[in-house]
Design a protein around this ligand. Structure first.
Ligand code: MRU
Length: 350
């Protein structure tokens, strides 16, 4: 139930990616047969969202192997290693990309050539399927928290960007919790931040919730304080691109502003992410690389310049929410309330 969207499909030796740049106007899958084209698809936002780009990169390694073996490349392992290095550079912030490649890499060096394609594909499929299963687990865990805060009546929640089926293998992290909580009768209304400049909220979150008939209302980013002042929401539910060892969370730019407003109005903040998003090697949020994308993404809209001619723009596309503003991090291994290094380290040992 409420689980109908699959942005990534492996089909007979090709990778099919739902082109998220075209949603919601067009629902089109592009077909990929090389790791180079997959790396470009990640950089250019055909596929986006931390777990989704990790899964896509894993299939990119399969494509590189397939191409090298079919082309009888003498040193196929070296060719695949080059592809892995290229995929790793596609986007810097989401640690799931490096995580998925680190899952694939040892297999490339160890596996016998005649089993290589079969074994690497099996690993990529397992990463993909596990992600969907983990999202369902997090959906249940996050739903239990909403019941704690909301009493008997269904509540409103606010989400930022798109941490849904489209950003994962399926079902979603933040939107997985929202799907599960809606199914359980604990949510009556979802508010989605439009999320400038790519409009992930307006185009993607709104589209995917409407596919599943979950009521969604769009707000401009700047309306969050008004929304909370009117007590329309009790929780902010978001995903993450990377969680540092102390619980600081990098997510779509604007998330930290929402969390600051939420603390002011007594609204709780839930971050939903698989443990593959937790980076215990990065001590705190200031060590997380924050992607900066072209100024044209802000200055132009649909190919037309909308800003005043000659105006410059700064376009960091993620920000860091301090752990102190987060009430709960929900993972497939369990929930960490008031996150800290000690609590996350214990979670990762489970
Ligand atoms: O630039 P994007 O669209 O890839 O940013 C995505 C986000 O910030 C998501 O909130 C995050 O990756 C979590 S996805 C489950």
């Amino acid at each position: 139930m409420y689980d109908t969207i699959r942005p990534i499909i492996w089909h007979e030796g090709t990778l099919q990616l739902l082109d998220q740049r075209l949603l919601p106007q067009q629902v089109i899958y592009n077909s990929y047969t090389s790791a180079e084209a997959v790396a470009t698809a990640i950089s250019e936002m055909v596929v986006r969202g931390a777990p989704a780009i990790g899964i896509t990169a894993a299939y990119g390694v399969v494509l590189a192997t397939q191409q090298a073996l079919q082309g009888h490349v003498a040193d196929w392992r070296q060719a695949v290693a080059k592809a892995i290095a290229l995929l790793a550079k596609a986007r810097p912030t989401a640690v799931n990309l490096a995580w998925a490649l680190a899952e694939m890499e040892p297999l490339v060096s160890k596996v016998k050539e005649h089993h290589a394609l079969e074994k690497l594909l099996a690993r990529a499929v397992a990463i993909h399927q596990q992600d969907i299963a983990d999202n369902h687990t997090m959906g249940e865990l996050g739903t239990a928290l909403i019941a704690q805060g909301g009493g008997a009546n269904p509540v409103g929640v606010l989400t930022h960007c798109n941490a849904g089926a489209l950003a994962t293998g399926g079902y979603g992290t933040a939107l997985g919790v929202i799907r599960s909580a809606f199914a359980a009768g604990k949510i009556h209304q979802v508010y989605a931040d439009e999320t400038r400049p790519w409009l992930q909220g307006a185009r993607l979150t709104a589209w995917e919730l409407l596919q599943d008939k979950i009521p969604v209302t769009l707000i401009a980013e700047g309306a969050a304080a008004r929304l909370m002042h009117q007590q329309r929401v009790t929780w902010v539910v978001v995903g993450a691109d990377r969680i540092a060892a102390n619980g600081d969370v990098a997510n779509k730019v604007g998330t930290s502003g929402v969390a600051i407003i939420a603390r002011h109005y007594g609204v709780k903040v839930m971050v939903v992410a698989p443990t593959s998003t937790i980076d215990m090697h990065t001590t705190n949020g200031s060590g997380i690389p924050i992607e900066e994308r072209p100024a044209s993404e802000l200055l132009d809209f649909h190919g037309e310049t909308v800003a005043a001619a000659g105006c410059g723009a700064w376009n960091p596309v993620f920000d860091v929410t301090p752990a102190s503003l987060i009430d709960a991090i929900v993972t497939e291994k369990g929930v960490v309330e008031q996150p800290s290094y000690a609590k996350l380290a214990a979670l990762m040992r489970r």
